[in-house]
Design a protein around this ligand. Structure first.
Ligand code: NAD
Ligand code: GLY
Length: 374
């Protein structure tokens, strides 16, 4: 298992469900060896057609040389692929190929592939192992770690799913070289989120590196990915099923998920929706007297410097957003709940905010940050 650059390793500690996260350049070249060490009977690779050609086929070829049968299962790119019907299709393809309990599902792609393939692994034969090979920045810092798997319903984001941990996460930072810049920037929103909720020095580093990050590179990128995974691994190790502290990872997601749902999962990328949602939650915190005044402005400047917009999309009604937010997993008995921040670097657990205050904050958001400028 050779590599040119050091491989950073950390772990998620969950008793028998613990697993390592490996981060480095060129890691895909070692992927087959890591997967073989799991002694799979067969490997089902779930990916998109383009990623199959670039990343999955080379790994599959090495596995096949070692005598491990490999089944390539491709699905179209895009958030709309993360749906119930696609789960059924993949499960049937696995059954038709007689994949057994010792098989491994290999998810190669962004958060859509990871969430979908992880859920398929959780359901197939009541649970088979899976490995995450995240190839978007967002998936490398967030979705590949922590075992939240699932799909969307037309009624709301991620309304079907399971907490189901992978056996291994392999993060090859070289895959980001082919990632379109819009998707790279969407990942930056989740990176900034970690700084805002838990680590002011990470916020500062992202701020200092904004010019480079905005254009898709930074000498500190591997370190930044490592720091995000470290924060997430620690939180997940403490609270796997979101009974408490894990909820702070949903900062910006109450409105973010609603924006994705009302735009029929396509117009806004997940990270773009979260960027808007983070500014909104900060504004809400300011209006509630919890967050220091000026924090939403500060966050807006940081997000714009990273090439992200914070404006609420035109043509989306507040009533529509409210209805979707009430169905969100984070809502309780129809009451809207938001993660707010006490300051940059410190989040607090979700709290109920009444509808009138949410509508008022949406109006203020439109007035202050309405211009779709980046
Ligand atoms: P995505 O998976 O849709 O990937 C974005 C696009 O980039 C796709 O078109 C994909 O084909 C392409 N792509 C992926 N890797 C590439 C590469 N290396 N080179 C070129 N193109 C590449 O989007 P995403 O932002 O990675 O993930 C968003 C999803 O993640 C959402 O569904 C969100 O709900 C979910 N998510 C889950 C968690 C979790 O904890 N499970 C956390 C955050 C987000
Ligand atoms: N992205 C939220 C979580 O993993 O809990």
């Amino acid at each position: 298992m050779e590599s040119n650059t050091p491989i950073l390793t950390l772990g998620v500690s969950l008793d028998s469900r613990s697993y390592p996260i490996l981060i480095g350049s060129g890691l895909l070249r070692q992927a087959a060896a890591h997967i073989t060490s799991l002694q799979p009977s067969q490997v089902a690779v779930v990916t998109h057609p383009r990623l199959a050609q670039w990343y999955a086929e080379p790994v599959g070829a090495v596995l096949a040389q070692q005598g491990i049968p490999v089944h390539l299962l491709t699905v179209p790119p895009g958030e709309r692929t993360k749906r119930w019907e696609v789960v059924g299709r993949l499960l049937r393809q696995m059954a038709q190929r007689a994949l057994d309990r010792r098989c491994v599902v290999l998810a190669i792609g962004g958060g859509v592939i990871g969430d979908l393939a992880g859920f398929v692994a959780a359901c197939y034969l009541r649970g088979v192992r899976y490995v995450q090979v995240p190839t978007t920045l967002l998936a490398q810092v967030d979705s590949s770690v922590g075992g939240k798997t699932g799909v969307n319903l037309p009624e709301g984001k991620n309304l079907v799913g399971a907490f189901y941990q992978p056996s291994l996460v392999l993060i090859d930072t070289d895959t980001l070289k082919t990632l379109p810049i819009r998707h790279f920037r969407a990942g930056l929103a989740e990176i900034l989120k970690y700084g805002i909720i838990a680590d002011e020095s990470l916020w500062q580093l992202v701020h200092d590196e904004a010019h480079w990050l905005r254009h898709g590179s930074s000498a500190h990128l591997a370190d930044i990915i490592h720091r995000c995974c470290e924060i997430k691994a620690k939180i997940v190790s403490e609270d796997e099923t979101e009974q408490g502290v894990r909820a702070i990872l949903n900062f910006g997601h109450t409105l973010g998920h609603a924006l994705e749902a009302v735009s029929s999962y396509g117009r806004l990328l997940h990270g773009e929706a979260v960027a808007i949602g983070m500014v909104f939650a900060t504004l809400l915190g300011e209006l509630q007297g919890i967050t220091p005044q000026g924090s939403a402005e500060q966050m807006t400047s940081a997000l714009r410097a990273l090439g992200l917009s914070v404006a609420l999309p035109l043509g989306v009604s507040h009533e529509e957003l409210l209805a979707v937010m009430a169905r969100d997993k984070k809502a309780r008995g129809g009451h809207l709940r938001f993660v707010l921040i006490e300051r940059i670097g410190q989040a607090r657990l979700p709290m109920v905010v009444n509808e009138k205050e949410v509508i008022h904050a949406l109006q203020v958001h439109r007035e202050r940050f309405g211009r779709a400028s980046t």
